[in-house]
Design a protein around this ligand. Sequence first.
Ligand SMILES: C[S@@+](CC[C@H](N)C(=O)[O-])C[C@H]1O[C@@H](n2cnc3c(N)ncnc32)[C@H](O)[C@@H]1O
Length: 298
Amino acid sequence: MIDASDFTSVNSGKASFDDVYNRPDPRGFFRVFEKLDYSIPDRACPVFRRLIEARRNDPEEQVRILDLGCSYGVNAAELKCGLTVDELARHYRRASLEGVAPEDLLRIDREFFQEQQLDPNLVVLGLDVADAAVRYGEEVGLLDRGLVANLEAGQAPPAVAEAIRESDMVISTGCVGYVGEGTFAAIADAADETPWVASFVLRMFPYDAIAETLAGHGLETEKLEGVTFRQRRFYDDEEAEHVRKTLAARGIDFDEHEADGWYHAELYVSRPPELVTAEPLDQLLAPIALLQPRLETA
Ligand SMILES: C[S@@+](CC[C@H](N)C(=O)[O-])C[C@H]1O[C@@H](n2cnc3c(N)ncnc32)[C@H](O)[C@@H]1O
């Protein structure tokens, strides 16, 4: 029996990729996720860019992003270097990298990513429990600072709290579900001023408790209505069936979206209420051509 309000229960039928989340380099991660057409970072990137633009008072202003569940720095590669998941997967698949030791790949990748930096005023901090992945992201320069902590366990340790104190915005793809309101409370508690939050969240995970926590820290949360974002294909029929049952337990119709064989995420953005009133989320994101009812994949 699935308890749709409990993340552990919801996660129990989701394919587990824990074995590729924390390796010395991301080759295994991309090998696995490429097969499933993992693409939520590609869909999220234009939205994050628009929000970053809105968060800046002038185009040159430095913005400090905290990527929650940053893994090897995929969102940073998208935002700082304009690379897609597919391009990253192709990079790691190159025959010339076959058999290359992780420490040599680090050196190659440091150069590879340095050559492609686009936005010198974007600072990306990455937080994840996967220490090896975070270390890789930091050492190749995708993450300006890597932070290893599990904030579900409580307050941020002092060094982590100090690092996230001046964050302007928290972003996440594929992470809510692994983390819940405890992590957002710990981040908000550590911050001088509660950062904006932009989360892409699978439809099977409830976001109410996180929105409530952020409301307690002065932010209003909006869900972008009428748009879903494909995250990845289901691993197998068993996983699809688990999602169907979980959504049913939450009164959500699988046939509307997931029947196409994909996980669908929704976008939640939390900002100060006066900004929400001045420019609601759908208006803020209106310039993005992505706002179609269903986002097509290649
Ligand atoms: C599906 S991956 C998403 C990675 C990346 N955001 C992306 O979209 O490519 C989920 C990530 O959440 C991380 N994670 C799991 N539990 C976490 C926690 N308690 N705090 C922070 N990150 C966590 C995992 O280590 C993994 O890197």
